[in-house]
Design a protein around this ligand. Structure first.
Ligand code: FE2
Length: 482
């Protein structure tokens, strides 16, 4: 086999040197550059099998490098090395078509294993392409792997995996057995076809085989097995393949077909192995993303509880502002990502009030000038508190600007009109409406109709006119009573 070429891209010279030495020791030809821009120059003149790149670098980052490589039709594989704070970006890059990623600091054996796996799959794909000419069945499977990686939740991913296995291998029955601690919400077995669904003996037997193979990490082909099909005995051909990521087995896929419809041979098992490997990588990425979201939610909830514990009148306020802002976002047709952003930003918009003294926060009468100055600091403090959480970075401008006014008389920056971030203008309408329709230290609640009329009076002055109208329209239509 010809020597494989790997390009290492990183702005940390020490890391480049260690990785270079390791990979050269494994027999690879290795080149190094310090940023994405130099990597593109190198790739324009030299064929490379695998690019291993950092995400954050001067001149051109890893994500932009991957995008530019795809634009220029450079078909080297790409793997990211990244610090924990950027794992979400790395997951996004996988969705853009990178082969894998590894978190820094990493175990050097895991690094080498990932590199070997990526290059092995590349070599297998090229070999099959050469044998069959043009796009091979295996290529199709690898494309399906990309489709798997684009799924947004694990249930959808597992479903897609089963659908694709059924279309590709035309089985009479199939199952995916999952490691019990992998994702409790998914259950430990998803089965299709009567030979497995209604035959618990066969299912248990395949489950036991799957567990054994998950430990050994090897797939297995069964040429001829007798299975009770409910009305008699069928002789079947079967494949069992562990679904492995870099750290071990997540589960195992089982494919069964009546021998009369054809026997599964080694190329099928080989395809199933590659497909299972794509599924494992997609599952692991998605699972990492879910863990991050859960962590963010816990952080959000704890911050909000701290604020609401201080201010008896605002209990539940933040959650309602989040819900209203998301409703308004949906009403005007924003994409899901921005609607989710609004929901989080609404929940967190007043988190900076944790820095405002209780006697000011709960004062029944109007605030003095000095007290107002302190109160007006809460968007600034909110932004500062959240700025340490990388995954919440999109929320910062919303939290910081939620008290700006269209006429420029708001705070903290006195921005006006369109210069106020759009999502902050949405939260401002939601915040205003919620504050008016609940009891406060300084006022009694107003009816939804009164609040609507105050919003309309302030449209174009305090609030964005277009958004106020959209909110009123939504309230009218849904006959909301809040
Ligand atoms: Fe506020």
């Amino acid at each position: 086999m010809s020597q494989r070429t790997i390009l290492l891209v990183d702005d940390e010279p020490e890391l480049l040197a260690v990785n270079r030495e390791t990979l050269e020791g494994c027999g690879y030809r290795v080149a190094t550059v310090g940023n994405g821009s130099d990597a593109l120059d190198f790739l324009s003149s030299t064929p490379v099998d695998l690019v291993i790149t950092d995400l954050r670098m001067p001149k051109l980052g890893g994500r932009e490098l991957l995008e530019e490589m795809r634009n220029r039709n450079i078909k080297s594989e790409v793997m990211f090395l990244t610090g924990y704070g950027t794992v979400e970006s790395a997951v996004e890059c996988i969705q853009l078509g990178a082969a894998d990623y590894l978190l820094k600091p990493f175990d050097i054996r895991q690094f080498v294993t990932k590199v070997e796996k990526i290059l092995e799959e590349r070599s297998l794909r090229r070999k099959t392409q050469g044998q069959r000419g043009g796009e091979s069945e295996l290529d199709r499977l690898l494309d399906l792997g990309a489709a798997l990686r684009s799924q947004r939740d694990l249930k959808a991913l597992v479903k897609e995996f089963l659908v694709q296995m059924r279309e590709t291998f035309r089985p009479d029955a199939m199952a995916l057995f999952l490691r019990e601690d992998f994702e409790p919400g998914l259950g430990k077995c998803v089965a299709w076809g009567p030979m497995l669904r209604s035959n618990s003996r066969a299912r248990k037997w395949f489950e036991a085989v799957s567990k054994r193979l998950m430990e050994s990490g090897s797939p297995k082909l069964f040429d001829s097995l007798a299975v009770n099909n409910g009305t008699g005995t069928s002789t079947v051909s079967a494949m069992v393949c562990p679904v492995m990521d870099g750290t071990g087995a997540l589960g195992a896929a089982v494919i069964i077909r009546d021998l009369k419809r054809g026997v599964y041979a080694l190329p099928s098992l080989q395809m199933l192995t590659v497909f299972a490997s794509q599924a494992a990588s997609a599952m692991e990425n998605l699972s990492a993303k879910c863990r991050l979201s859960d962590m963010n939610l816990e952080i959000i909830t704890s911050h909000v509880c701290s604020v609401e514990a201080k201010d008896i009148y605002t209990k539940g306020h933040s959650e309602r502002v989040g819900a209203f802002a998301a409703q308004l976002g949906r009403e005007i047709g924003l994409p899901d990502r921005e609607v989710q952003c609004l929901s989080f930003a609404g929940i967190l918009h007043d988190v900076g009030k944790i820095g405002v003294p209780d006697n000011i926060l709960n004062k029944p009468g109007p605030l003095s000038e000095d007290e107002l100055k302190i109160m007006h600091q809460h968007p600034v403090m909110g932004r500062d508190i959240l700025s340490n959480i990388h995954t919440l970075k999109d929320l910062l401008p919303i939290v910081y600007h939620h008290h700006e006014r269209i006429d420029g008389a708001g705070y903290p920056d006195g921005l006006s009109g369109d210069s106020i971030p759009f999502l902050a203008r949405i939260v401002s309408v939601a915040d205003g409406y919620e504050a008016m329709t609940t009891d406060r230290a300084y006022q009694q609640r107003r009816s939804p109709d009164e609040a609507q009329s105050i919003l309309l009076d302030g449209a174009g002055k305090q609030w964005d006119e277009h958004l106020v109208r959209a909110w009123c329209q939504l309230m009218e239509r849904d006959k909301m009573t809040c």
